[in-house]
Ligand binder design. Structure first.
Ligand code: PFF
Length: 531
């Protein structure tokens, strides 16, 4: 561990971490869900979610990473000194739940639940570390497929071949692309090569060096596209559509989307920030770093909307109602830019998106790489080679099945047999997206809060958090009690004091976040919780 690399300083760490956070989630997902859910009203809800859940979970991840200097699996293993009661409780729940499912005839899900329970019983919380690491590699396998489309669009735009006069023809071309598996696979592999190449130099000379160049470039490109977009005649309705609050459009479903999006956008729940935190130094301020990551990630998402909607409205298009925005509506929009400059603006936009996606892909890959380096003591190059090849091979299942299961019917039959035909969605790609975004991220976020708040204990976590942080003020007794700090010598006094950032954080991760995330999770998997 003495030889573990570190970031060169705060700037490098923050650039690398926003590299992991800013990606397709900001530029592709955020604008269209905001457009669908009441514009500014959604942005407000999103910011509340980020402050109350996103930032506290991010702090937990950075904290256990820095404390142990290990990947998520190693960190859980090192900090769970003896098998915790909570871990055993979760294991029992999984096993009993699984048996009930089997009793009810749901053999596939039941068996998975029982096996998961047995693994948790054996490994404790480290089992969730494994889930996070392999889950992140699974995310990369389909994220890279979308990344491949983006690279394809960038090349086509710069070479003047992304010229569709209307949304229908752009849509047709996009449909053709997703149904030509080999073309998709070619760009998908290219995207993976870009991610792998950035890792070769290591943490400081690879990830950090590239992020320090690429993140400022991303913001620069974003601002350039915004300036072009809002100065087009007729762009104002686009700004209003995106940002004017319409609370009547905000539903319970929209609030849940804001919660899910906050985890996705900040790359939480998959151990990535644990890994990035493990390269931090003790004199770095975790509170301050997570604050900046949150601000810059949210800013990038809002700026992306301001780059997209004004242009769409100015060119007389309708923003549509979902994911088609980037791949169908935008190409047609750029094509109508004045003076035939659409190829340039489109190219710059897709270049910006490529940068965001690749730096997120790098983080997902590094998460796996650090696992093999730390746990199996493999060399960096060997770990990169294994993760790269494993993910690329697995990802063919997604790249070959973006539109349907036509090219991998046997996999469809197998999954249908195991879990019931009604659980086989449109494609393997959709299935993986749903499994990771709706299940694994919330599970990962909830588990890390329970672990830091109750197993490692908030007291010890707070001690680590104070290293490198500017001095926090003492706490009132009741608050200290709720926060679980009571035995700490510095909280023995009965002096009056207010709620501090650090105790607020501890209360959130011990009570608020696990409960709220559990409820979101229940709702996301279809349990009726009354709204
Ligand atoms: N945060 C990335 C984005 O917004 O595109 C995506 C992502 C990366 C999600 C890593 C989850 C994750 F674990």
């Amino acid at each position: 561990m003495e030889n573990r690399e570190t970031w060169s300083g705060n700037f490098g760490f923050i650039m690398a971490t926003i590299g992991s956070a800013i990606g397709l989630g900001n530029v592709w997902k955020f604008p269209y869900i905001t457009g669908m859910n009441g514009g500014g009203a959604f942005v407000i809800v999103y910011i509340v979610c980020v402050l109350l859940l996103g930032v506290p979970v991010m702090i937990c991840e950075m904290n256990i990473g820095r404390k142990t200097g290990l990947n998520a699996y190693g960190a859980y293993k090192r900090l769970e000194l003896r098998r915790s009661r909570i871990g055993r409780f979760i294991a029992a729940g999984l096993i009993l739940g699984g048996l009930c499912l089997i009793g009810a005839g749901s053999y596939g899900f039941g068996t998975v639940s029982v096996i998961a329970g047995l693994i948790v019983l054996k490994l404790g919380f480290a089992a969730f570390g494994l889930l996070a690491i392999f889950g992140a590699l699974a995310i990369l396998s389909y994220y890279a497929v979308v990344g491949g489309w983006i690279v394809d669009y960038m090349f086509r735009s710069f070479s003047g071949n992304l010229n569709y006069s209307d949304v229908a023809s752009a849509g047709e071309a996009f449909g053709k692309l997703t149904e030509s598996p080999w073309r998709v696979s070619l760009f998908y592999v290219l995207f993976m090569v870009l991610c792998g190449a950035m890792l070769v130099g290591g943490v400081r000379n690879g990830i950090e060096k590239w992020s320090k160049i690429l993140m400022p470039l991303l913001f620069f490109l974003l601002i350039a596209v915004i300036v072009r977009s809002v100065t087009l005649p007729g762009s104002w309705p686009g700004v209003k559509f995106f940002l004017e609050p319409d609370f009547s459009k905000l539903t319970a479903g929209g609030i849940l989307m804001a919660l899910g999006q906050c985890f996705y956008s900040l790359s939480l729940g998959m151990g990535i920030t644990v890994t990035y935190g493990s390269y931090m130094r003790k004199n770095q301020d975790i509170f301050a770093a997570s604050f900046w990551v949150m601000v810059l990630d949210t800013l990038a998402a809002v700026l992306a909307g301001l780059a997209i909607f004004p242009a769409v409205f100015a060119m007389g298009f309708n923003p549509g109602d979902g994911p088609s925005l980037i791949f169908k509506i935008l190409p047609a929009t750029f094509n109508h830019f004045p003076g035939g400059t659409g190829w340039l603006w489109g190219g710059l936009f897709f270049l910006m998106l490529t940068i965001g996606a690749v730096t997120s892909g790098v983080a997902l890959l590094q998460n796996g790489v650090s696992f093999f380096q730390d746990q199996l003591k493999w060399s960096r190059m060997r770990s990169i080679a294994v993760c790269f090849c494993g993910v690329t091979l697995f990802g063919f299942l997604s790249s070959l099945s973006v539109a349907n299961w036509k090219h991998i019917p046997a996999v469809k039959t197998l999954i249908g047999k195991m879990f019931g035909a009604e659980h086989v969605p449109g494609s393997f790609f959709d299935m993986l997206d749903n499994l990771t975004s709706n299940w694994m991220l919330p599970i990962g976020g909830m588990v890390i809060c329970l672990f830091v708040g109750w197993v490692w204990t908030a007291r010890k976590a707070a001690r680590e958090l104070r290293l490198g942080a500017s001095k926090s003020s003492p706490d009132v007794n009741l608050i200290s009690l709720l926060a679980g700090f009571l035995g700490e010598p510095m909280y023995k006094t009965t002096r009056d004091h207010g709620l501090t950032l650090i105790s607020l954080w501890a209360i959130i991760i011990r009570f608020f976040a696990p409960v709220v995330i559990f409820l979101i999770f229940l709702r996301a998997v279809g349990v009726n919780i009354g709204f």
